[in-house]
Design a protein around this ligand. Structure first.
Ligand code: A5P
Length: 206
């Protein structure tokens, strides 16, 4: 199988587990959604292949910042949303793993990460604000956070997102936006872990 490896503190544990299985003889190849996850996978001796060398990914396991009951998701808290979305779009199955704090009735309390080109960033952020959010360029002072793809992240607080599909499309129509952290209709399953050790599995109905 070809497996997509997610990014973040939750995906970290999935990668560790996959590493154990590989050590025990599991025969897979993997693509990573960030340089950090790729590094971790290499340390664990999970065979990594270049994204250009694959046609399709069988399954990707990744974390999320928020997930709603329809399995729509906000991602990008760790800044890897673009590669995560490219890998998710190439995957037959996307499994989201979260703890209970990420499961919400409606998306939007978590500021939506939007990846924007460095060139013209001020202009792009002005257009984003017109959509009704308060916005923070990620990073400190004159040292903005730069993604693995060389772009900036604008964290856009909408408070509550009533219509994620429309918002996703309106954001991505802004010139200078590379992509945003709304993953709509991409996740097939979610695994939600609770503090008492129990686990809830959610399946997308389609
Ligand atoms: C990385 O850019 C993100 O999309 C992460 O998958 C998301 O932020 C969840 O990360 P944690 O598992 O660290 O909360």
């Amino acid at each position: 199988m070809t497996v997509g490896l997610g990014t973040g503190s939750t995906a970290y544990w999935a990668i560790q587990k996959i590493g154990e299985l590989v050590k025990g003889g599991l025969n897979i190849r993997a693509v990573a959604t960030s340089e950090k996850s790729e590094q971790l996978a290499r340390q664990l001796e999970i065979p990594i292949i270049a994204f250009t060398d694959i046609d399709e990914i069988d399954v990707t396991i990744d974390g999320a910042d928020e997930i709603d009951p329809g399995l729509n998701v906000i991602k990008g808290g760790g800044g890897a949303l673009l590669r995560e979305k490219i890998v998710a779009a190439a995957s037959r199955e996307l499994i989201i793993i979260v703890d209970e704090s990420k499961a919400v009735e409606r998306l939007g309390a978590f500021p939506l990460p939007v990846e924007i080109a460095q060139f013209g960033a001020e202009m792009t952020m002005r257009q984003l604000r017109k959509l009704g959010c308060t916005l923070q360029l990620r990073g400190a002072g004159d040292k903005p956070f730069v993604t693995d793809n060389g772009n900036f992240i604008a964290d856009c607080s909408f408070g509550s997102i009533e219509d994620p599909v429309t918002l996703h499309d309106r954001i991505n129509r802004i010139v200078g936006v590379v992509d945003n952290g709304l993953f709509i209709g991409m996740a097939n399953q979610a695994v939600i872990g609770y503090e008492d050790g129990s686990v809830k599995l959610l399946q997308r109905n389609n």
